[in-house]
Ligand binder design. Structure first.
Ligand code: 8IG
Length: 277
């Protein structure tokens, strides 16, 4: 399933939950693990966490799993890993995120989340690299997501599917994260469509609306996770201050560099949080 035309999610009569069930069956077959307990999407800067969580039982190219697309970006590794923690929990690590800005539609964006749910996961941990709207934050700082503003004007839900999002970013899971790192700050994640970064005026708009973090990925995924009945933990690595907050222009290269520099510390933190879930 490597190109747009052959993706079963794009068939006119496709049922995205059926494709997710097929994908979960692929993962069970290729990993030998019938059921995963926790799923973890690793965004930029968080990649090293996988090695610290436990023992990798299987590394599966996303292209072997129904409905997955090739990664659009270098640095976004297109693999799924099945990892067993020292406590015996099975963690499905998703290193193959499809972004909304790729233009393949929101079904593709949330397919990994629906697959995780179909694979049995009750907890969805979503991580990302993002811009910080608060001047008091610094590049390299991880923050918990407390809520979101979805500015994509889209939803992963189709039809009359009325899902409650009151406690979307679970207070219970945020409390657990803070038992590991009490100094973790939190903020409202604001998803823009991208792929351009915001204008300074848009960042001020986000701020006045209550946004603290600006990004391009997590809100749509979190909605799908909640629809699927999962509890969501969201973590952003602030790789840059948002446009106009930071006085210098934003560059993707710098963002990647900041992620790399922070990676050892935040990956270790994430591994300890996952252990505590
Ligand atoms: I990394 O400043 C990263 N991702 N929208 N804005 C948005 N997404 C981002 C940013 C940013 N930095």
């Amino acid at each position: 399933m490597t190109d747009t035309l052959s993706n079963p999610l794009d068939a006119s009569n496709a049922d995205p939950f059926e494709v997710a069930a097929l994908a979960a069956a692929d993962i069970a077959r290729l990993s030998g693990v019938e059921k995963h307990d926790i799923a973890l999407t690793l965004g930029s800067g968080w990649g090293k966490a996988a090695d610290l969580i436990g023992e990798t039982g299987a590394t599966i190219p996303a292209t072997e799993v129904a409905g997955f697309s090739k990664p659009a970006l270098e640095g976004h590794v297109g693999t799924l890993r099945s990892i067993r923690t020292p406590d015996g929990a099975n963690v499905l690590v998703i290193g193959a995120r499809t972004h909304y800005y790729e233009g393949h539609g929101v079904r593709r964006v949330v397919h990994s989340v629906r697959t995780a749910a179909a694979a049995g996961a009750k907890i969805m941990v979503l991580t990302n690299g993002a811009g910080g709207v608060r001047e008091t934050w610094s590049p390299g700082q991880p923050v918990l997501i407390s809520d979101h503003l979805n500015l994509t004007a889209d939803s992963p839900l189709e039809g009359a599917t009325f899902v409650d999002l009151t406690d979307l970013y679970s207070q219970r899971l945020r409390d657990i994260a803070r038992t590991i790192e009490p100094s973790l700050d939190e903020g409202v994640y604001t998803q823009f469509r991208g792929p351009h970064y915001e204008t300074p005026a848009e960042v001020q708009m986000a701020r006045r609306l209550g946004g603290d973090i600006v990004g391009m990925s997590t809100a749509l995924e979190a909605i799908a996770a909640r629809e699927a009945g999962m509890e969501v933990l969201g973590l952003s690595l602030i790789t840059n201050l948002a446009a106009g907050i930071q006085k210098t222009p934003l560059s993707h290269g710098e963002v990647i560099e900041a992620g790399k520099a922070a990676e050892p510390v935040i990956s270790a933190l994430l591994a300890r949080i996952v252990e505590a879930l």
